[in-house]
Design a binder for this molecule. Structure first.
Ligand code: GDP
Ligand code: MG
Length: 225
């Protein structure tokens, strides 16, 4: 992606997106959330050898129908193991990937609890895409595609089966969720100006980058362009 609005701040070149969305990745431990984030950002499977390096945060600029959207994606960083995913994690998220493992019914059964938390603790209008991960392990499947699609429909979620291992549908999951948010902004259903919407315009992103603390933390690599 070519940066459309390149800007120089403190000697570094940044590309300014049209929008900035906060995204979450939620679901039971072991479903592959960190691997999905890693696959999306790095375009490769995170093998177990670097398992201890908990990715807590990733960002990437994507092009959605001609608009540049910067996704700031938060990973639970293992908090879900202790059932203590904090309120601050959820606050102001515009979108979320809700992940279960197609080979584990237990992780599927937990979806309702995750949904309740997301809708209560994030924005009421949060756009959620359900991801049935580990699609590559079809032989060990415990949850059918049909069953999960019905659940998604009943709960107004988008739905995809993904594989962080092969990369199948990983980019699509993030892009589809971002596209739905953009559509809601264009139709007026979502108001980016509202506090806690999890959405900022690009010029607000610039203001954020200009603040000294942010500018220091931001590296050209993190910019994702
Ligand atoms: P998290 O606890 O939800 O963050 O899950 P991780 O990303 O740490 O992954 C848990 C385990 O599932 C690891 O052993 C991964 O290698 C494995 N895993 C994650 N995604 C996939 C996938 O799509 N296919 C397969 N076969 N294994 C996966
Ligand atoms: Mg993890």
């Amino acid at each position: 992606i070519q940066p459309r609005h390149p800007a120089e701040i403190d000697g570094s070149i940044f590309c300014l997106p049209d929008f900035l969305f906060k995204f979450l990745v939620i679901g039971n431990a072991g479903t592959g959330k960190s691997c999905l984030l890693h696959q999306f950002i790095e375009k490769k499977f995170k093998d177990d050898s670097n398992h201890t390096i908990g990715v807590e945060f990733g960002s990437k600029i994507i092009n959605v129908g001609g608009k540049y959207v910067k996704l700031q994606i938060w990973d639970t960083a293992g908090q879900e193991r202790f059932r203590s995913v904090t309120r601050s994690y959820y606050r102001g998220a515009a979108g979320a990937l809700l992940v279960y493992d197609i080979t584990s019914r237990e992780t599927y059964n937990a979806l309702t609890n995750w949904l309740t938390d997301a809708r209560m603790l994030a924005s009421q209008n949060i756009v959620i895409i359900l991801c049935g991960n580990k699609k590559d392990l079809d032989a060990d499947r415990e949850v059918t595609f049909l069953e999960a699609s019905r659940f998604a429909q009943e709960n107004e979620l988008m739905f995809l089966e993904t594989s962080a291992l092969t990369g199948e549908n990983v980019e699509e999951a993030f892009v589809q969720c971002a596209r739905k948010i953009l559509n809601k902004i264009e139709s007026g259903e979502l108001d980016p100006e509202r506090m806690g919407s999890g959405i900022q315009y690009g010029d607000a992103a610039l203001r954020q980058l200009r603040s000294p603390r942010r500018a220091q933390a931001q590296s050209a690599q993190e910019c994702g362009c």
